[in-house]
Ligand binder design. Structure first.
Ligand code: PLP
Length: 375
């Protein structure tokens, strides 16, 4: 059997990792500023993470959601404390798309309405509801097309008001920072106004923090810079450092009914052990503060480089707009300097490193980038 050929691949196979580096079988070292697409939060093969996951799989890797699982309780308690959402409830699932799917359902169950308002260039995942709220017709199958989702431009509050005043919407779905679109930030004022207008019309505000959350921007969630509290927050990616896990944080005014949401694998023992270990490492190593410090440093240094057309982002979620092709630049960084980065569109290079990145690793990247730009 061959693999269904949907991914464009680099001809490099990392077979091991340590900290912010990955290694091929011949021992070649690569600095990882992509974090496996914002997934590696505490670095590769972190000893505390490896121990916690290994011990758990040796005890009980999985049992269903029909029995008590104190690991879920422990994870929920830690996540509540770390994020500042101790009064919210937690629903666990397996991926970002699934988290958004459940968030939309919850808003729709709650209000009895069907429509969701999303934003231009948004990416929310590939399952039915999540992809319908994704502004990319190429990945929306005819089956997923629906009049239940409408789009307005990001940061355009007047368009939001006009839509919500129809009374047809159950939710507004917005990324903390648009990632796949190429790192575009909603302004703090826009998020504050969004909070006001959704409250006014009784519409749930759902913050998709799947890429922008979990400490990456220097606060636990990106929207916290704006000082707002959404009704629902979705999380995944860095939550379990590569073990598939998604989460929905739900405000107290939503009523849970038995059976309204559910999943076979969500919140399983291994995922929770991985998630707890990640939060323990966050605490022990002060990683959210590190993300802010090294992120601020990187952003400031990148903004001094005259050849970059624009540098966008917050903390360790960075988009650099370059002259010419981002994919060529990324290939050169990879082949000539052994540095993994991410891309977006034609001309954006994305940095999404683990929160463990150091200043000297940031300097290594800056030196490589300047060499390439001065060629
Ligand atoms: C903002 C955002 N939402 C949702 C998703 C979908 O997550 P997953 O691929 O885990 O389904 C992604 C993935 O890149 C994302 O960046």
């Amino acid at each position: 059997m061959k693999l269904f050929d949907v991914y464009s691949l680099y001809d490099i196979e990392p077979v091991s990792g340590k900290g912010n580096y990955v290694y091929t079988a011949d021992g070649t070292e690569y600095l990882d500023l992509y974090g496996g697409h914002a997934v590696i939060s505490v670095g590769h093969a972190h000893p505390h993470y490896v121990k916690a996951v290994s011990e758990q799989v040796g005890k009980l890797g999985f049992y269903s959601n029909s029995v008590e699982n104190s690991l879920q309780e422990r994870f929920a308690e830690k996540l509540g404390k770390a994020s500042g959402y101790e009064d919210y409830s937690l629903f666990l699932c397996n991926s970002g798309a699934e988290a958004n799917e459940n968030a939309i359902k919850l808003a729709s169950f709650h209000s009895g309405k069907a429509k969701v308002l999303a934003f231009g260039k948004a990416f929310h995942g590939r399952t039915s509801g999540a992809v319908a709220a994704t502004d990319n017709p190429k990945i929306v199958a005819p089956f997923n097309r629906t009049e239940n989702v409408e789009f307005v431009p990001l940061n355009d509050i007047e368009s939001v008001k006009a839509k919500l005043s129809t009374g047809e919407f159950c939710a507004v779905l917005v990324e903390g920072i648009q990632g796949v679109a190429g790192i575009h930030c909603p302004t703090d004022e826009f998020l504050q106004e969004l909070r006001e207008v959704t409250t006014k019309y009784g519409v749930s505000l759902i913050l998709d923090e799947i890429q922008s959350g979990y400490g990456r921007t220097g606060d636990f969630f990106a929207h916290q810079h704006a000082g707002i509290r959404p009704d629902i927050i979705t999380s995944a990616k860095g939550i379990a450092n590569g073990f598939p896990m998604g989460a929905v944080l739900i405000a107290p005014h939503f009523e849970a009914k038995k059976g309204m949401l559910g999943t076979t694998f969500g919140g399983n023992h291994l995922a929770c052990a991985a998630g707890i270990a990640v939060l323990e490492i966050f605490e022990q190593e002060n990683l959210v503060a590190n993300a802010r410090e090294v992120g601020d440093y990187l952003l400031a240094e990148l903004r001094k480089i005259p050849q970059l057309k624009e540098v966008r982002g917050r903390g360790l979620m960075i988009g650099m707009e370059i002259e010419g092709s981002a994919s060529e630049m990324r290939l050169q960084l990879l082949k000539e300097h052994h540095i993994f980065t991410g891309g977006a569109g034609v001309s954006t290079v994305r940095l999404l490193p683990a929160l463990t990145i150091t200043r000297s690793e940031a300097d290594k990247f800056l030196a490589a980038l300047k060499t390439l730009l001065n060629k």
